[in-house]
Every structure is written in structure tokens, then in C-alpha cells.
Design a protein around this ligand. Structure first.
Ligand SMILES: O=C(O)c1ccccc1N[C@@H]1O[C@H](COP(=O)(O)O)[C@@H](O)[C@H]1O
Length: 212
């Protein structure tokens, strides 16, 4: 396994889950959000999550989930990644109620956006700095967009953190060099088309991270 944690997200087939595990991913991610090309119904999400061994974190990516959805999904995963406009108070309540490790995506376009993470310190277990998607976009993530990584150079995140947004096998080493990210998260960058993961791209991404 790489020194730097790797999350391969938006997996939707047994073959691509296996590719992520074979590549040494520390986390595998599954999206439940109807507008996403990676959306999985709960039974399918659960079946794929079961393929991961205990040492690999199973992550559910959710957007402003209500308690009923959390109750249905949380038993199948180790980690819930909140990828919407959830407030720090709502995040803290989710963590307390469902007892899962909680990640919060922080959408970033400018330096000022980084400050939003501070309000979540103590309420969540990890901040995931991700590129902000355009106003009115269908998706709050998973669009293969990147932000200016220099914003994170020298920045001291207020909590454990990871980097997301527009990463791929060709740029991830540079992203790690600039930001010092301890965890990298990829979805679009290991796909051949939206929602279609590519086992060779997954392998290349994991390989690129392992050289860092
Ligand atoms: O992937 C999606 O469709 C998605 C839907 C709703 C919320 C988040 C989503 N994706 C997450 O966004 C980041 C960055 O993805 P990318 O590498 O830029 O495509 C990642 O955590 C995805 O899982």
C-alpha cells in the first residue's frame, strides 16, 4: 500500500472495485446521489462495499442526506462523505447519531474558500478539499475539475484532510508535491466516460501515487 492514502471513488462494478484493491487503494467510494452518473441503489452499493477487506475504508458519498437515508446506508460503510451544503451542526449530529467516521467536502475556488473548513473541525473526522463546481451544475463534485493547488501550499488545515478534484495519473504526483496531501481522492480521472471506470486508469493512478 502507498504511503499516501488513495481513495478511488464512484466505483460501480466488481471488476473496478477489484482494480482499486489490487492497486493498493486505502479507500473505495460509492456514490448515492440520483443526479450522478455513478449513482448506486442501496443494495448494489452494499454488495460492492462487501467486497472490500477490513483494512480498506468503505465510503458512501452523499449529498444532504436525511436521517432515513443515513439509516439505510450507514450500516454498509465505514465512512460517510458529506458532499453538499451540510452545516457543521448537521455534520456533528450525523456523526453522533450514526457512529460513522465522517468526512466533509469543502468546495474550493479561491483562498477564502479554504476558511470554511475551520467550522467543521471537531464536527467531522476529515476535510476533503475539492474543486467548487459551477453554480447551477447538477453535481457538487465528480466533474473532474481541479482548483489551484498552490492555495494549499503552506496552508495549515484545521483537521486531518485530503485532496480531491480533477486528479488523474498524469497530475497526481504534482498535486502531492505542491500540497503535501496525505490522501488523494479520484473519480473522473480514472474513467473512460462519466460513470465508466477504467481498470487501467485505476492502476496507473495508484502507480503514480506509489512513486511519491
Ligand atoms: O462523483 C459524483 O458523481 C459525485 C456526486 C455527488 C457528490 C460528489 C461526487 N463526486 C466526488 O467528487 C470528488 C471529485 O471527483 P473528481 O475526481 O473531480 O471527478 C470525489 O470525491 C468524488 O467522489
Amino acid at each position: 500500500m502507498s504511503r499516501i492514502a488513495i481513495k478511488i471513488c464512484g466505483l460501480s462494478t466488481p471488476e473496478t472495485v477489484e482494480a482499486a484493491l489490487k492497486g493498493g487503494a486505502s479507500h473505495v467510494g460509492f456514490v448515492h446521489f440520483a443526479k450522478s452518473p455513478r449513482h448506486l441503489e442501496i443494495d448494489r452499493l452494499a454488495a460492492l462495499a462487501r467486497r472490500a477487506p477490513d483494512h480498506v475504508g468503505r465510503v458512501a458519498v452523499l449529498v444532504q442526506p436525511d436521517d432515513a437515508l443515513l439509516a439505510a446506508i450507514a450500516p454498509h460503510v465505514d465512512i460517510v462523505q458529506l458532499h453538499g451544503d451540510e452545516t457543521p451542526e448537521r455534520a456533528a449530529a450525523i456523526r453522533a447519531r450514526f457512529g460513522r467516521t465522517l468526512w466533509k467536502a469543502i468546495p474550493v475556488k479561491t483562498r477564502a474558500d479554504l476558511a470554511a473548513g475551520s467550522a467543521y473541525a471537531g464536527a467531522v473526522d476529515m476535510l476533503l478539499y475539492d474543486a467548487k463546481t459551477p453554480k447551477g451544475a447538477d453535481l457538487p463534485g465528480g466533474m473532474g475539475l481541479r482548483f489551484d493547488w498552490d492555495l494549499l501550499a503552506g496552508f495549515r488545515p484545521p483537521a486531518p484532510w485530503g485532496l480531491s478534484g480533477g486528479l488523474d495519473a498524469d497530475n497526481v504526483a504534482e498535486a502531492i508535491r505542491i500540497t503535501g496531501a496525505p490522501l488523494v481522492d479520484v473519480s473522473s480521472g480514472v474513467e473512460s466516460a462519466p460513470g465508466i471506470k477504467d481498470v487501467d486508469k485505476i492502476a496507473a493512478f495508484c502507480n503514480a501515487v506509489s512513486t511519491c
